[in-house]
Design a protein around this ligand. Structure first.
Ligand SMILES: *Cc1c(COP(=O)(O)O)cnc(C)c1O
Length: 355
């Protein structure tokens, strides 16, 4: 194996539960599933799976229209995870540095490790990215900066004014990636309009995904929005048929059902509020949470996340222990439908009663 790959621990998806009626609240998927338009499109698309995928242009055009850019600003990927890897392959040299924040999505470090580049992290303020601290850390070797907005696992966001101030301090030789995997869920008016910033900052890349609000995590489909120069580089390093035919058909159908997204977002907003109100009842027992704008909540606990995970797992509820994110006394819980949250509330109450 190449020397610089030895430190990489292969990604392992969370355990699924043995319970027949287990609920998975560990990967921030859409617990309402996906649009019925998608189900129908997939049934029709199965007839053509003997052929290589040929919907790239249609899908790129549909995404470009959806986002409000021209087609040469869009690249699709086998999940936004692939786009992160393509950015690393297209832009990183081993002597370069990738910069992100302390508690964030693990794929940014993976991108650096894959090339043997350095991975640097800036400290956070509370549970959020500190973009001023991050800008202070940029050097001549910083080639890629990743900002998860909203952040995973904390659910917090950085504002438009903070992003613009940051972009003004970044040299054009450094790409800034705004990872907007939870874009659809954000309802705050100070959330940045990344697409509007593209014309002013040609070193900006926005990634989004069909894995979360659209409910297509299993099909693997994401996209990047960036200047045509960057899109060209990503096309150079991609495999010929990196996005499969079913994912493309599903993406096209999903974009045709905006009502599904509106409903999913409304449900999550309601259930997130309900969850926070429920957690407020345990404030004096040492339970707190972050200010999440996404479809999950980070809960700080008066016990290890591992202990809470084990207890809930026994009861058929799978959450994410955040020890690997550097937060050993916390769990991340996906916000689902009322029935999922009811089950979580009752098991969590039991857990708190047990200590
Ligand atoms: C879930 C998630 C993604 C999505 O990855 P896909 O490869 O598109 O499924 C990307 N970034 C963050 C921060 C995420 O939490």
């Amino acid at each position: 194996m190449k020397k610089h790959l030895e430190a990489i621990i292969p990604y392992s998806p969370g355990k699924s539960s043995a319970h027949a009626d287990a609920i998975k609240l560990s990967s921030n998927e859409n617990l309402a599933g996906c649009s019925p338009h998608v189900q129908k499109a997939l049934q029709a698309a199965v007839a053509d799976i003997a052929y290589y995928p040929n919907q790239t242009h249609a899908l790129v055009a549909a995404i470009a229209k959806h986002v409000g850019v021209s087609e040469d600003h869009v690249m699709v990927g086998n999940g936004s995870d692939e786009l992160i890897t393509l950015l690393a392959m297209g832009y990183l040299e081993p002597q370069d540095t990738v910069l992100s924040a302390e508690q964030t999505f693990s794929q940014y470090q993976f991108a650096a490790q894959l090339i043997g580049a350095r991975y640097a992290v800036s400290s956070m303020v509370g549970d959020s990215y500190d973009l001023d601290a991050m800008a202070d850390q940029i050097t001549d070797s910083t080639r890629l900066v990743f900002i998860a907005n909203p952040n995973n696992p904390t659910g917090t966001m950085v504002t438009e004014s903070a992003v613009v101030r940051f972009l003004n301090r970044v040299p054009s030789s450094c790409l800034v990636v705004l990872d907007e995997a939870y874009y659809e869920y954000v309802e705050r008016s100070d959330y940045p309009n990344g697409v509007a910033l593209l014309s002013q900052f040609p070193n900006l890349v926005i990634t989004r995904t069909f894995s979360k609000a659209y409910g297509l995590a299993g099909l693997r489909l994401g996209y990047a929005i960036a200047s045509p120069d960057i899109i060209r580089v990503l096309n150079v390093v991609k495999q010929p048929f990196h996005v499969n035919a079913l994912a493309m058909r599903a993406g096209l159908a999903a974009l045709g059902d905006p009502a599904f997204i509106r409903e999913s977002v409304a449900t999550v907003s309601e259930q997130r509020q309900r969850t926070l109100a429920f957690l407020d009842g345990f404030k004096d027992r040492g339970v707190s949470y972050t200010d999440s704008v996404a479809n999950f909540v980070l809960i700080d606990l008066p016990m290890t996340g591992q202990a809470a995970f084990d207890y809930l797992y026994q009861r058929g509820i799978v959450v994410r222990d955040l020890a690997s994110f550097g937060r050993p006394q916390a769990i991340r819980v996906t916000v689902g439908l009322p029935k999922h949250m009811d089950r979580f509330f009752s098991a969590f109450s039991e857990l708190m009663g047990s200590i």
